[in-house]
Design a protein. Structure first.
Length: 442
């Protein structure tokens, strides 16, 4: 098949699945809120699927968190299941059951193990199959980001979670970073006034990682040959979605998106990939910079950016603007009318004394040394705590679906000269009655 036919086919599939998703909106609306809670589980038995770079970081965290045990592990590479088994027994737990017999062996794990939770950090294309297998077999599911790459898959996880009455979480670690949590705390206290606009993104030079012969180099670059849009919206969007009460009083209504030229990977390949390598044959369609604008049901605006193929320092932008002031990340600064000098930023670190989120105050030392500055530990801790105590989780399947939907919707909008595309209401109206996220504690 010609490359351009393949891409065309991809676009047709994207359009068809969007149509199917729209039809699903007409289904009967379950009553109440989306704050689902399951019966408490005193000791959470976990099956971990995909133990590469990020999965091993979660495994290390879970070994330190009270009230959980990794009793099964799965990866297509036996060296990764060996590593996990050694780490688990080294921490004083019984050896886990091992599943490493190919890319669908997680189905056997979900089917045959007695587990409470299946947690996956596989490549993007496997998140939904793993979570559906987990929920179908009576297990809660949690996934690394993004949860899903198509609207069909977003609906599939929502429908499975509702049908099987299981948690299905997007594990967005950036929601738990220190500044993001401080800003959420400030928003809840009304310090920024009414929030009117926010900006977030994932701006990270991944060229060397994408071309490596290991880790993400084995799967992530392939997405750049298939779709053109924002393939990784959740790190920037997750924290600001909470500040705008997404699915809890407001919701994403529609999106417009533009991608610029595709140059970064081509330039990298020309300079670094040796002649004769199959990588030389690849053709990238992903624009280097993608900008999407979201309008919420309450008329508020969000800018989401994506840029992973150009040389640049790291940033998630992280801007939250209200009627009384704003927070702006990278570098972290605050401006609040009536506090400090007019027209001058204040270093956000000086606000930590007053506005630090209680979870960070309580857990900073426990999180020290864990992945991504400690935020990964806090998110794993909260997951296990909510399961053990039978609480609604901080992030749920509606967050997973609406935030991940930006992947598909941005591709659609880019393909239609930036036409507006609607977000499905995955909550089926319950965003109006679901309470805002509380300020959580240890
Ligand atoms: N939240 C974050 O900050 C963060 C950081 C890095 C990666 N991630 C996410 O974590 C996920 C994994 O990324 P990574 O960097 O660890 O990639 P990786 O390639 O290092 O790890 C993926 C692992 O999954 C295994 N795998 C692949 N297919 C499988 C299958 N069908 N069944 C079982 N195992 C399978 C691979 O062998 C590998 O060990 C991705 O979704 C990525 O977006 C998130």
């Amino acid at each position: 098949m010609e490359r351009r036919d393949f891409i065309k086919l991809g676009t047709t599939a994207v359009a068809a699945s969007a149509l199917a998703a729209r039809e699903a909106v007409g289904q009967p609306q379950p009553a109440g809120t989306t704050a689902f809670a399951a019966p408490p589980i005193p000791n959470v038995r976990i099956g971990y699927v995909g133990i590469g770079g990020q999965g091993s970081s979660h495994v290390r965290n879970l070994l330190k968190i009270k009230g959980c045990q990794i009793t099964a592990v799965c990866d297509i590479r036996s060296e990764r299941t060996d590593w996990a088994s050694k780490a688990i027994t080294g921490a004083g737990f019984a050896a886990p059951a091992v599943y490493n017999k190919g890319p669908r062996d997680f189905e056997r794990l979900c089917d045959s193990e007695s587990l409470d939770l299946v947690y996956t950090a596989t490549p993007w294309e496997w998140h939904v199959p793993v979570m559906l297998a987990a929920m179908k077999n009576g297990k809660h599911a949690a996934t690394e980001v993004p949860a899903a790459m198509t609207l069909d898959d977003c609906w599939a996880i929502v429908e499975a979670a509702e049908k099987h009455q299981k948690h299905c979480l997007l594990m967005e670690n950036c929601n738990y970073d220190r500044m993001e949590m401080m800003v959420y705390n400030m928003v809840r206290q009304g310090v920024l006034g009414d929030v009117l606009h926010a900006e977030g993104g994932y701006l990270h030079d991944l060229r060397a990682i994408k071309f490596a012969d290991e880790g993400e180099g084995l799967w992530r670059r392939a997405w750049d040959t298939k779709i053109n849009g924002n393939t990784y919206p959740t790190h920037g969007l997750g924290p600001i979605a909470n500040c705008l009460d997404n699915n809890r009083g407001d919701r994403f209504d529609y999106l417009v998106s533009m991608s610029g030229p595709s140059r970064g990977l081509q330039d990298w390949a020309a300079e670094h990939v040796p002649a004769g390598s199959p990588k030389k044959q690849e053709r990238y369609v992903e624009g280097d910079v993608n900008c999407s604008l979201i309008k919420t049901a309450k008329g508020r605006t969000i800018l989401v950016e994506h840029c992973t193929n150009l040389p640049r320092p790291y940033s998630r932008i992280h801007m939250v603007q209200g009627s009384k002031g704003l927070f702006q990340g990278y570098p972290n600064r605050v401006y609040i009318e009536g506090r400090g000098k007019e027209d001058e930023w204040v270093d956000a670190n000086t606000m930590l004394g007053e506005f630090e989120h209680p979870l960070w105050k309580e857990m900073a030392s426990a999180a020290e040394g864990a992945g991504h500055g400690g935020m990964d530990f806090l998110e794993d801790y909260r997951l296990i705590k909510c399961l053990r105590e039978g609480l609604p989780t901080d992030m749920n399947v509606y967050d997973a679906a609406s935030i991940s939907a930006v992947v598909h919707l941005s591709v659609q909008s880019v393909g239609k000269k930036s036409a507006a595309v609607d977000f499905p209401d995955f909550t089926r109206g319950r965003w109006k009655t679901t309470p805002v996220l509380p300020i959580v504690h240890i």
